[in-house]
Design a protein around this ligand. Structure first.
Ligand SMILES: [Zn+2]
Ligand SMILES: [Zn+2]
Ligand SMILES: [Zn+2]
Length: 155
């Protein structure tokens, strides 16, 4: 059975991680790595065939990481922000997908005019992409790049 499975994404060069189906209740379970305990999150009760299919599909997927705030924080394609000192890992620890770093210089975001601190209504701007916001008079020019996600600000 195990020879149908793609290798564990966290298996290093020259290592062998043993990936197998773990049955949690009769007929249902998940694929898990016996060596590093990686498994696809949120997936504890699928049939063996389905688990194998998903595990192997996972090996094909990529997870896009966007640098945020600085070069050691990344918003992952898994909706989590991770702190990771470069070099970034080849595989996402959440989904096991291949990590693809998206160059912020190639991305764009929009700034919305928002009123900060509700009642006081101080003029500010907010990034539609990363949610960064700060006080910013609306008649002043927008920053060239978002200080949060570093994407190029477009009108
Ligand atoms: Zn492993
Ligand atoms: Zn991921
Ligand atoms: Zn942003």
């Amino acid at each position: 059975m195990s020879d149908e499975l793609k290798p564990c994404p966290f298996q290093g060069d020259g290592e062998e991680h043993h990936v197998r189906f773990v049955e949690w209740k009769p007929g249902y379970g998940q694929i898990e790595c016996a060596d590093c305990h990686f498994c696809i999150p949120g997936e504890a009760f699928v049939t063996r065939d389905e688990a194998v299919r998903r595990w192997n599909a996972r090996a094909e997927r990529t997870c896009e990481w966007h640098p945020v705030l600085n070069d050691e924080n990344f918003a992952t394609g898994c909706d989590t922000v991770v702190l990771w000192e470069p070099p970034t890992p080849p595989h996402c620890p959440y989904c096991g997908g291949r990590v693809k770093i998206v160059d912020p210089l190639e991305r764009t975001c929009r700034m919305s005019h928002v009123l900060l601190y509700d009642e006081e209504g101080i003029e500010g701007i907010e990034c539609d992409e990363c949610g960064w916001s700060d006080i910013h008079p609306w008649d002043e020019p927008l920053p060239e790049r978002c200080p949060g996600c570093k994407a190029k600000v477009v009108e």
